[in-house]
Ligand binder design. Sequence first.
Ligand SMILES: Nc1ncnc2c1ncn2[C@@H]1O[C@H](COP(=O)(O)OP(=O)(O)O)[C@@H](O)[C@H]1O
Ligand SMILES: [Mg+2]
Length: 353
Amino acid sequence: MKHFRVALLANLKQNAPKFVGMAEDQWDDLDSEKTVNALVEAIRAGGHICEFFEGNLSLYQLLPAFKPDICFNICESHFGDAREAQVPSLLEMMRIPYTGSKVLTLALALDKPMTKRVIAFHDLPTPEFQTFERINETLSPEMRFPLFVKPSREGTGMGVSRNSIVYNEDEMRDQICTILDKYKEPALVERYIEGREVTVGFVGNLLGPVAQRIPDDENARRIQAGLHFLPPMEVDLAPFSDSDTVYSNRLKVDLADQLTYLCPAPITDEQKDEMKWLAAAVFRVTGALDVSRVDFRLDVHNNYKPYILEINPLPGLAPGISDLVIEAAGEGIGHTELVNMILDSALKRYSMI
Ligand SMILES: Nc1ncnc2c1ncn2[C@@H]1O[C@H](COP(=O)(O)OP(=O)(O)O)[C@@H](O)[C@H]1O
Ligand SMILES: [Mg+2]
């Protein structure tokens, strides 16, 4: 086995800038020291030399000194509408390989409406939607209540609470106002999918022709070779049915230790197959690499049909906490192995192993 010099690039919550008027959940998607240490240890356990570097402009000086063969990138960055693509852009300018999706995909996936346009172009199921950049825009007559209002470019349930479900135009405008005010970015209004919450994670890269419109031919649609699927996981929201019927910021951050994760999710083989190929399809049309997690809701009013909510090309890797890590555990894959699977996938892609 070859041993590489690996720079782990992440943004620590404790290093994040503070500013007047910032939202209280502003940096909830950044990483803890515990996660970063666990990742460094996992990569070292894989036989590599590994050091952590904060993902900012200092990389321009620090990386040439460390001379990494590859970077393990999980940077979310701080500001800007394509912030998750910023560190990868720098790495490309410096011509250093890195794990995970590249600039275009990271910028795209951070923007939920733009991603939904791509998904819809390929006739993949995602809830009908409209974006609001200003409060006084007209609601399209096709949009029927109840609707769901969330920020366009956040993660970790930021801006998502029970108030995100709106039953009339007044409630919707209130919620849009809150999002515009708090996050200074467009609000995404979607059809509310009442149902179960299932997420599908996987590692690897697709083999075969992928840069094409998803064809109508069933066999060609269902390309999955090259991906290692972890068992789908259901987040059991039933115990919170009085307070949180959605996977809110409160549940993801404050009550994470009280959640019940059903992994493997109690779904039929047919549902599982359907979600796997849909997840592979989203991965394919967004040009993602090495690892992703695709979030679904199964519509209770439509025979539990899966709807794609989003793709996370930088899924959380906090040991014992993050969805992807729990899914891996469901298959007996520990944190160290999962992290090294992602690294190996990138090393293979660059023909380094
Ligand atoms: N259209 C929708 N209908 C029902 N619930 C939704 C909808 N969109 C989001 N949610 C709920 O909000 C949660 C967070 O939304 P998601 O788009 O996955 O953003 P995040 O990046 O914060 O995970 C979802 O897991 C789901 O519980
Ligand atoms: Mg999500």
